[in-house]
Write a protein that binds this ligand. Structure first.
Ligand code: AMP
Length: 215
């Protein structure tokens, strides 16, 4: 059973690639940002607390994240898993190591989807998400068939509350501060491979398949 971490800056395409990969190869796609947004959708004090972090582009506290990751591992003991958006700090790397040990599982690989900062900003501002099924579009490079409506279920696409220029700067700062040590950590463990996120979407998928399954 594999566990593969997808790393990359916001809008690098890692979420799209994780969704494609999990569909093609039967992996569970655990998207921490999405899990948090689902948890934050209600009106409980916890939901409100989560929103106060996600809407500001800051990382949600580890106690919340830990609960979600433990529940996910407990419910998916016999499945290959992609971790998308987790771990996002060195504390979360340690948290993941503890949770994997409890579950008797090991990390297969960490894939870093690279993208230059100029491309990130352009993609973020054009990103739209289906509120119903979670499918992600880009109005320029991956537009829906009809104007701002989901191809799969016809819902009106949304612009995420944190996909603005202002919040993006904070998210990029958090990314480089928190994620670089993670990259270094998996690189020195011999588990990290970089793929070129600016390449064509099918090409990126092929690069990732090569990392997980070999040439
Ligand atoms: P994403 O959908 O991956 O861009 O994440 C959106 C937001 O969810 C982030 O800006 C954080 O506020 C929160 N978030 C996502 N993943 C994590 C994580 N591993 N730890 C803490 N907060 C997270």
């Amino acid at each position: 059973m594999n566990i593969v971490i997808f790393l990359g800056p916001p809008a690098s395409g890692k979420g799209t690639q994780a969704a494609r990969f999990s569909e093609a190869h039967g992996f569970l796609h655990f998207d921490m940002g999405k899990a948090l947004r689902e948890e934050a959708a209600g009106s409980s004090p916890l939901a409100e607390e989560i929103r106060s972090y996600t809407n500001a582009g800051r990382l949600v506290p580890n106690e919340v994240v830990q609960r979600l990751i433990q529940l996910m591992f407990a419910a998916n003991q016999e499945r290959d898993i992609i971790l998308d958006g987790f771990p996002r700090s060195m504390e979360q790397v340690e948290l993941l190591e503890r949770v994997m040990e409890e579950a008797g599982r090991n990390l297969t690989a960490a894939v870093l989807v690279n993208l230059p900062e100029d491309d990130i900003a352009e993609r973020i501002l054009n990103r739209r998400v289906c509120p119903q099924c979670g499918r992600v579009y880009n109005l320029v490079t991956m537009p829906p068939r009809s104007d701002e409506m989901c191809d799969d279920d016809g819902s009106v696409l949304e612009h995420r509350a944190d996909d603005t220029e202002e919040v993006l700067n904070e998210r990029l700062a958090v990314y480089s501060e928190q994620t670089q040590p993670i990259i270094d950590h998996y690189e020195s463990a011999g588990l990290l491979t970089r793929v070129d996120g600016a390449a064509d979407v099918d090409d990126v998928s092929r690069q990732i398949e090569k990392v997980v399954f070999g040439a």
